[in-house]
Design a protein around this ligand. Sequence first.
Ligand SMILES: [Zn+2]
Length: 81
Amino acid sequence: MTEAEREYYPAGAEWTTDSRIIDGKGCRYWVGGRGCGRPAAAALNRGRRGRTLWWCYCDDPVHLFGRKVENGVVMDWRVKR
Ligand SMILES: [Zn+2]
């Protein structure tokens, strides 16, 4: 999958870049037996049943599960048709 085959669009409300949520937080992506720890660029709400539980991730596209942060917005992608 190359960048050219991807079409990006703003991710859903389960993603945020709100500084009140990510400031001072480290990336929780698991790397080599521990959390990545780089400064967070975005957070994913992993809460269930109406609860809010933010997990923070850095700007590494792998740690954002293929997403990226652009102008303060988390961008999701789909295959371009
Ligand atoms: Zn990371």
